[in-house]
Design a binder for this molecule. Structure first.
Ligand SMILES: [Zn+2]
Length: 582
């Protein structure tokens, strides 16, 4: 093979060659298989953290999958795979873990929220590149806080659209795995399905289609970014009113009560629209007939998981995914794990039950795939967008640490400190965790140095329980950060046009933001391991079964694009998981 590499070099060096070199002479008679061109040379990578390794493999066109199924369970900690393992059946997680390649994925950015997590999975890039750095941000042009995936030019197909709604991937910078697939293979389809907009929009990318559930009608809908009207298969699905069929159903524990060692009905648990803290749970949203509160409750239950997989099956049929002679991508976003996690925390009976029931639903879906596709035609990648922090009051009992910090106290602290130093004023214009947005017009009108104002604001916050540090905009833009893993995680989550003037760092087991405004339940969003570590399960012909250790989550996207035979996403900075490939 060496002569092939040498010939172009010889030509570049300007050396006269009287006759065509051996490689060109050979290629005229004996074409080199095109797939070998992209195949790394023996010895593998010579740069990067993986170092020299075995040769990577680019599958020949005929060996590429017909269907890549990317399943992202929202808020599923890595450790759930071991802690709940005794309760798993043989067809779901156990099958993927025993037959597939298993990694402990790690999010190397601070802002481990749903939007940023799904964006990182889809693009293989951090927030400082893909722009999805928080779930909400303060849009200085619009003068208001908006959902990070809100697009004023796109409307939900059903119901009113507000800046609280996610409507398009316009703010997602660069390309996704699905976008690269469609750029290389225009006939390929990319379909993302789930209950919540955030996850499906990021996974669907700029060139795919995303479907999610209307919080008003419970129907599966989309936005005007993707289409003006729903396709017939979606209308047919909605016509059966599958969500409303769960109205009045009861969610009880799947397994005998003694299989749930967690304390139940803790006063720190939330009640999601009448689901309550104990068992069993009646799913009505406290309504007499299906309506928005019922849909909110529904989305926190295993019935929501089942509906998601049912809709995924409808998408397989409706779009004939994997049956058209090209590679398609189906992304499935599972939200009930997140909504139950927020309400009951990662050490609750509800979290165990919703995960164990996901295991059963996943098993059923995998069996469906077995029936529909021949061996080798399907690749499955399962992962999660972030982990979860325990409920702070729970942590306070167990660990004697953990705080729930209110926005009002941050605002008051910053306003007080800046007023004392620079004169009275309303200095804070918005708080969207982990960003503090300051009034830049006020800073300019008083001819102050923004760097000093930011620093004073950050220093003042250090007095608050639950915070352990801060970084200012000036520091971050100038690279003035300590050489720590935590600071690097903050840098990776900082997108100058959208991030705040001060970025707060929460102490372990503490948090602030939407879920800290309540007095119960939990969340995620830090660079601590309970939030950053999630499973990566890769199943299919190209993967070497077994546990392959820890890896960065940005490595998933380029591994998938390698197997699809397409370019890595534009901003991708991960490395192919060579060790997992046969
Ligand atoms: Zn999430």
């Amino acid at each position: 093979m060496l002569h092939r590499a040498l010939c172009p070099l010889t030509l570049l060096a300007g050396l006269a060659v009287a006759t065509p070199c051996a490689a060109f002479a050979q290629s005229a008679r004996d074409p080199i298989p095109i797939d070998e061109i992209a195949r790394p040379s023996a010895g593998g990578k010579t740069e990067g953290k993986r170092g020299p390794g075995k040769p990577g493999k680019v599958p020949a066109a005929a060996d590429r999958p017909r269907l890549l199924v990317l399943i992202v369970a929202d808020q599923l900690r890595w450790e759930f795979l071991t802690r709940y393992a005794p309760d798993f059946g043989s067809d779901g997680f156990r099958r993927l873990m025993e037959q597939g390649a298993v990694f402990q994925g790690h999010y190397g950015q601070q802002n481990t929220y749903t939007g940023p997590g799904h964006a990182l999975i889809a693009t293989g890039s951090y927030g400082y590149i893909n722009g999805i750095i928080q779930n909400k941000w303060f849009n200085r042009d619009a003068g208001r806080s908006e959902a990070m995936l809100f697009d004023p030019g796109a409307k939900l197909l059903v119901g009113e659209t507000t800046p609280e709604d996610e409507t398009s991937p316009r703010n997602l910078m660069g390309s996704t795995v699905g976008d690269e697939l469609r750029l290389a293979s225009p006939d390929s389809k990319v379909v993302a399905v789930g209950l919540k907009e955030r996850g499906t929009i990021a996974l669907g990318g700029r060139m795919g289609h995303a479907y999610f559930q209307s919080e008003v009608t419970g129907e599966m809908i989309s936005s005007s970014w993707y289409m003006q009207a729903l396709p017939e298969w979606v209308k047919a699905f909605n016509g059966k009113k599958p969500t409303d069929a769960s109205f009045g159903k009861t969610w009880d524990r799947l397994l005998p009560a003694d299989r749930y060692p967690e304390v139940d009905d803790s006063k720190y648990e939330s009640d999601v629209k009448g689901l309550g803290r104990g068992w069993p749970k009646k799913v009505t949203g406290k309504l007499a007939a299906p309506g928005p509160d019922f849909y909110t409750a529904f989305q926190a239950t295993p019935f929501g998981t089942d509906l998601t997989f049912d809709f995924a099956r409808a998408a397989l049929d409706g779009e004939r995914l994997g049956q058209r002679g090209v590679t398609d991508l189906l992304a499935v976003a599972i939200s009930p794990t997140d909504l139950a996690g927020h309400a009951y925390g990662p050490y609750s009976q509800e979290m165990r039950d919703v995960t164990v029931r996901l295991d059963r639903s996943l098993g059923g879906f995998l069996k469906e795939l077995d029936k529909r596709y021949k061996p080798g035609e399907v690749l499955i990648a399962f992962t999660s967008d972030h982990g979860a922090v325990p409920i702070p009051e729970w942590s306070a009992e167990k660990l004697n640490t953990g705080h729930r910090l209110k926005k009002a106290s941050i605002k008051e602290t910053v306003n007080k400190a800046l007023s004392a130093r620079f004169g009275a004023g309303e200095w804070v214009v918005a708080l969207e965790d982990p960003s503090v947005y300051l009034d830049r017009a006020l800073i300019a009108s008083r001819k102050l140095d923004p760097a000093e104002v930011e620093r004073v604001a950050g220093e003042a916050c250090l007095a608050l329980p639950g915070l352990s540090g801060f970084h200012t905009r000036t520091q971050l833009l100038n690279g003035w950060v300590p050489p720590t893993r935590g600071a690097n995680a903050v840098v990776r989550s900082y997108y100058p046009a959208r991030s705040g003037d001060v970025v707060l760092v929460q102490a372990p087991f503490s948090f602030w933001g939407k879920y800290a405004e309540k007095d119960h339940g939990s969340t995620h969003g830090s660079f601590y391991r309970y939030d950053t570590d999630v499973p990566i399960l890769l199943w299919g012909k190209p993967f070497t079964p077994g546990f392959h250790g820890e890896t960065e989550m940005v490595d998933l996207a380029p591994t998938l694009t390698r197997l699809l035979g397409v370019n890595p996403p534009a901003g991708c900075e991960g490395e192919v998981l060579e060790e997992a490939l046969r």
